[in-house]
Design a protein around this ligand. Structure first.
Ligand code: AMP
Length: 122
């Protein structure tokens, strides 16, 4: 899948639409999810143009990968949820229901998050 430079997170990175920024590094940006699914719901994205986890894992440079992982840990710690716990969620591709085609990790926390997946109803 080719990267679409008009996706919403690319627009946030270019400053064309606002976000509630919580952290920024050389290679990564973290901001509040617009439709939070938990009391803490933060997205961390790389500044580079990567469609999804698969793209990032295959093509990103080591500095970008290290920056992204460290930024994610830093944001969770700064949000004060490292002791109570948090869930990191990457969606890649159609079966995961990935909506925005720019890699992002969800940091979800602030309440017991329940089972990892909801089972489909019979
Ligand atoms: P995913 O289904 O993994 O692609 O998740 C996309 C996430 O982006 C959803 O949780 C949305 O609520 C969130 N989102 C979409 N647009 C914005 C925006 N403008 N600012 C912040 N979060 C957004």
């Amino acid at each position: 899948m080719a990267y679409d430079p008009n996706n919403i997170f690319a627009k946030i990175l270019r400053g064309e639409i606002p976000c509630k920024k919580v952290h920024e590094t050389a290679h990564s940006l973290a901001f509040l999810d617009i439709n939070p699914q938990a009391p803490t719901h933060i997205l961390v994205i790389p500044k580079g143009a990567y469609v999804s986890y698969d793209d990032f894992a295959a093509k990103a440079g080591e500095a970008e990968i290290v920056d992204f992982i460290r930024a994610t840990g830093h944001v969770a710690r700064e949000a004060g949820v490292d002791a109570s716990g948090y869930r990191l969620l990457f969606n890649h591709g159609p079966d995961s229901h990935q909506e925005v085609p720019h890699l992002h990790v969800h940091i979800l926390a602030g309440r017991p998050l329940g089972p990892m997946l909801v089972r489909p109803k019979d």
